[in-house]
Write a protein that binds this ligand. Structure first.
Ligand code: F6P
Length: 319
């Protein structure tokens, strides 16, 4: 292998830059040439390639976002788009491609692998919902960003004796909601993986009231329902006011934490090592502290399960 490509796809995650840096510098260490693809899978289709050297990745380990930019790419779901991407990779003489991203990008990497392109996949997503790895790059940072915001809302909720519903990201999964819910001492956590009834939430509030509790934090994962509607319904039933806050995209930005950066360094280097040693079609993951290779074709369709014991624990501790 002489030349590798590198792209970041889907929603950005803090630590993607640290992963780019690690992959570029490891590749250079092994004497490989590195091509950066601009704008994720769309860049493959539009031929947006640029050479990366050691200095192109200096000063980025501490930066959020991705210097290669990212995009959602519906064209890559079409035959023509895939064909064009494969042609461009071949024309550029890219012999191995590193894809950094979330579950959509993992599927994209699988498609390319099936078309005969050697790929290595690095999981990076604030959702932490990728099967096979205990953690994705960016998750720890997003947890801490959201937690900081929730702690601030807790201050005003306590002062005004209010009920707050706080929406955190996670369209299809509740990993972020559960993690910040437990860490913030939220009274209720709503995630898409666990069905809930408004009545049960109201009972928690009523029981708390009886014990003299006056303020509440309810964490709602994006995919669990609309906070405006849930809030309205709770307010109607308890005949009280409910405030709502959506944390939104601020959770995706910011300085990556030490954990996100170090995971990115380890993943980035290992992804290159895999390609160099001729092992392709692998995702790098972390398992019991060790970085491991996982076959993409066996994992890309699987769903990571939420740890229900943690959900239960958060419930017990908020009583
Ligand atoms: O996958 C990361 C994520 O931030 C999800 O938590 C969220 O639902 C989604 O991306 C938002 O996507 P977009 O950036 O396309 O609005």
């Amino acid at each position: 292998m002489r030349k590798i490509g590198l792209l970041t796809g889907g929603g950005d995650a803090p630590g993607m830059n640290a992963a780019i840096r690690a992959a570029v510098r490891t590749a250079i260490y092994f004497g490989l040439e590195v091509i950066g693809v601009e704008g994720g899978f769309s860049g493959l289709i539009a031929n947006k390639f640029r050479r990366l050297d050691s200095s192109s990745v200096s000063g980025i380990i501490n930066k959020g976002g991705t210097i290669l930019h990212s995009a959602r790419c519906p064209e890559f779901k079409q035959k023509d788009g895939i064909k064009k991407a494969v042609e461009n990779i071949r024309k550029e003489n890219i012999e191995g491609l590193i894809v950094i991203g979330g579950d959509g990008s993992l599927k994209g990497a699988y498609v390319l692998q099936k078309k005969g392109i050697a790929v290595s996949f690095i999981p990076a997503s604030i959702d932490n919902d990728i099967f096979g790895t205990e953690e994705t790059i960016g998750f720890d940072t997003a947890v801490n960003t959201a937690l900081d915001a929730i702690d601030k809302i807790r201050d005003t909720a306590t002062s005004h004796e209010r009920i707050f519903l706080i929406e955190v990201m996670g369209r299809e999964s509740g990993f972020l909601a559960l993690e910040v819910g437990l860490a913030s001492g939220a009274e209720v956590i709503l995630i898409p993986e666990v069905k809930f009834k408004i009545e049960d939430i109201c009972n928690v509030l009523k029981k708390g009231r009886k014990r003299g509790k006056r303020s509440y934090i309810i964490i709602v994962a994006e995919g669990a329902g609309k906070i405006s509607e849930i809030g309205k319904e709770i307010g109607r039933r308890i005949k009280g006011e409910v405030r709502t806050t959506t944390l939104g995209y601020l959770q995706r930005g910011g300085t990556p934490s030490a954990d996100s950066r170090n995971l990115a360094c380890r993943f980035g280097a290992f992804a290159v090592e895999l390609l160099k040693s001729g092992e392709s079609g692998r995702m790098v993951g972390i398992n019991k502290g060790k970085v491991v290779p996982l076959p993409i074709e066996k994992i890309y369709r699987r769903r990571k399960r939420i740890d229900l014991r943690r959900y239960q624990l958060a419930k017990i501790l908020s009583l």
